[in-house]
Design a protein around this ligand. Structure first.
Ligand SMILES: [Zn+2]
Length: 309
């Protein structure tokens, strides 16, 4: 009798195992090792983290790059870091002030991290983030933005963080907000680029200065071999170049339509038609593409409002 029951039990056990997703499958991000003790935290396809992040481990301490948007994702990131290492989380670097990258700051501050960022992050984090919630943000949103934890250490050119046998170089580069930094792990050839690089994804140009940004990308793509973007998967120097070409193409398309005397809906439709063959398959093209055209038009006609430094 037990000869026939046993295979049935084994089959049942196999089915139970197959139906339970692994821990990695249920995380709101993929933790990708891109070099020894260097991890890219890549948002999943549903956007359950809201943005990407990074983890760099030295001999004495850990640094986190960006704190994600959704509270569950930030908690999951903290738990994953605790699985990787018992070393103290000494620093959290904010790549810029946009809420999808800084909403979880308080979690890492409570875990003992000192928050570091461009000096404009502290200036803008509790005010400029309101604009992402429409003309009349709810009281709840206003309270959330007011409560965001700003960096304690601000700088405007560059600084280094020593993690023990490993130093991070943090460099301010203009283009996306006027308060962005990139984090280089020079011993590993890895750069965490924040939203200065989006891989096969349409960027947010709301605060952008495209002329600055195109120059920044020239510098950026020569500085490493692995590039972790703010949104999208881990990329190469070639991917950074593709992104740079997108920015140049939006600029050229809008300029061409302005020169042809177009405005409003007609300008938007014509510029998008020019961009669709090359970039229609990139993430967020439908949602952010039209806004990119409007932001570029404002920039090229001198009507762009940018946060004051
Ligand atoms: Zn972002």
């Amino acid at each position: 009798m037990h000869l026939t029951r046993r295979p049935a039990l084994l089959l049942l056990a196999a089915l139970v195992c197959a139906s339970q997703p692994s821990r990695a499958q249920t995380l709101p991000f993929t933790l990708k090792q891109v070099a020894p003790k260097v991890y890219a935290v890549i948002d999943n396809a549903n956007g359950d983290s809201g943005a990407n992040a990074g983890v760099v481990i030295g001999e004495e301490a850990v640094a986190i790059i960006d704190s994600l948007y959704r509270p569950k994702a930030t908690q999951a990131l903290l738990a994953e870091v605790r699985r990787l290492t018992p070393l103290p989380i000494r620093y959290l670097v904010n790549t810029h002030y946009h809420i999808d990258h800084v909403a979880g700051n308080a979690v890492f501050a409570q875990a003992g991290a000192v928050i570091v960022g461009h000096k404009n992050v502290a200036r803008w984090i509790n005010t400029e983030n309101l604009k992402f919630f429409g003309a009349t943000p709810t009281a709840e949103v206003q309270a959330q933005v007011a409560a965001l934890t700003p960096p304690q250490i601000g700088f405007d050119s560059e600084m280094r963080l020593n993690l023990g046998q490993r130093t991070l170089l943090i460099k301010a580069l203009p283009g996306h907000t006027g308060g962005d930094v990139v984090v280089s792990v020079q011993d590993a050839g890895v750069v965490f680029a924040g939203d200065l690089f989006w891989r096969r994804a349409i960027p947010n140009l709301i605060d952008a200065n495209t002329a600055d940004w195109l120059r920044t990308l020239d510098t950026l793509r020569q500085g490493a071999t692995v590039f972790v973007p703010g949104h999208g998967d881990v990329g190469s120097a070639g991917d950074v170049q593709d992104f740079q070409r997108y920015l140049a193409d939006v600029q050229a398309a809008v300029r061409q339509q302005l020169d042809a005397g177009k405005d409003g809906e007609a300008l938007q439709a014509a510029a998008l038609a020019q961009l669709t063959p090359s970039y229609g398959g990139w993430a967020y093209f439908k949602s952010l593409g039209p806004r990119n055209v409007r932001d570029m038009q404002a920039e090229l006609t001198g009507n762009k409002r940018r946060p004051a430094p």
